[in-house]
Design a protein around this ligand. Sequence first.
Ligand SMILES: Cc1cc2nc3c(=O)[nH]c(=O)nc-3n(C[C@H](O)[C@H](O)[C@H](O)COP(=O)(O)OP(=O)(O)OC[C@H]3O[C@@H](n4cnc5c(N)ncnc54)[C@H](O)[C@@H]3O)c2cc1C
Length: 417
Amino acid sequence: MEHFDVLIVGAGHGGAQAAIQLRQEKFEGSIALVGDEPWLPYDRPSMSKDYLSGAKTFDRLALRSATAWTERDILLRPGVRVVAVDPVERRATTDAGDVLSYGRMIWAAGAAPRGLTCAGCDLEGVHVLRGREDVDGLLAGLDTVRDIVVIGGGYIGLEAAAALIKMGKRVTVVEARERLLARTSGEIVARTFETTHRSMGVNFRFSLSVAELRGRDGRVSAVVLSNDEVLRADRVVVGIGVTPAVQPLLDAGADGDDGVLVDEFCRTSLDGVFAIGDCARHVNPFAGVDPIRLECVQNAHDQAQTATRYICGRPAPYVAAPWFWSNQYDLRLQSVGLALGYDAAVVRGDADSASYSVVYLRKGRVIALDCVNSVKDYVQGRALVVGRAVISEAALADASTPLKALQSAVAEAVIEG
Ligand SMILES: Cc1cc2nc3c(=O)[nH]c(=O)nc-3n(C[C@H](O)[C@H](O)[C@H](O)COP(=O)(O)OP(=O)(O)OC[C@H]3O[C@@H](n4cnc5c(N)ncnc54)[C@H](O)[C@@H]3O)c2cc1C
């Protein structure tokens, strides 16, 4: 039986970063990075952006070169899925029946896209977007396709819509809520994205769900909505959220539900087992008392650092401010903090222009920032979110005052508690 001092399960953003970080922390033990995709770790956000649009080929998306892994003595095992964990014997079983023993395990298995469950959901031509194989499946034969229906008006659905409309397809986005990005962003930003998409030719249907998919010869041909409207569809792209990939850990007795629960050092309730990234449910200082999961690269990286520092005997609790980006057409959104439960949203600049930002406040404190083509506000405003600055709405709304000039308020806010 092979033994690894650290066995990392999942070779995506979190797992790859954890392996690299362990070496940076001068960890000298053996490291295996086991992932069920058949490729070297690659950039996932590009799947719905540059890879889907064809702007970048897959070989430009590797997180590190093949030699970078061998140079660091990190053993990569692509195409291997861990199906069971024995936390008492500290062993993991793979889908090939191999048993790997470990000293510590870092579970970084991410999440699987949720599919539709309605009639017709298993017809050909219905796609999710998570990994390279999903995108390759969508791209195959796309030349002959005219009508595409995207289910879900979140970031992945919208990024897909942007790439597909630029290819000359007729794209309709169906969203169950009354507006776009309802789960993640404020209304002002959502309006900007909707207006831009409409100007590019994307159609929308709001407050409607999918009743059924219809097909011809086993391939999807139409989407029937909850109001009985029938949309022609040569392809359907489903972007309705994810299910965390944690079943083997839950089966092994780990605490969790919709993810695996971790503490501030990313430790699960199983001895010697850490969890990071999309699958880790944690208490985030920027989100209140209830544990949450974050689905962004930065969180996967920060949690990788938290787990590896703990393993290397230099524990430091996870406190990073969440940040996220999305690119669609010429819109570059950068967000910091979590725009949850805000009671004021202050616009800096003109929300109808190509560049502005929104500052979200709760009880007078800055809790989040959305910056649309406004890198300066993003860079300068981070400190306000991190420090939960208390700043008047009037001062924030004055776009002629750089956010940097308001940073002195942070120190006062921290002192006030
Ligand atoms: C299309 C798309 C666009 C995105 N765009 C952005 C963006 O613009 N900005 C941003 O910040 N975030 C973006 N995200 C989110 C970001 O990619 C994720 O938050 C990030 O990849 C999480 O890293 P992770 O390591 O937790 O999971 P992943 O990167 O998903 O890696 C998990 C890996 O584990 C593998 N795995 C699962 N189960 C097992 C098992 N049992 N055994 C072995 N391997 C297993 C998976 O196949 C996968 O390869 C995007 C995500 C998608 C899907």
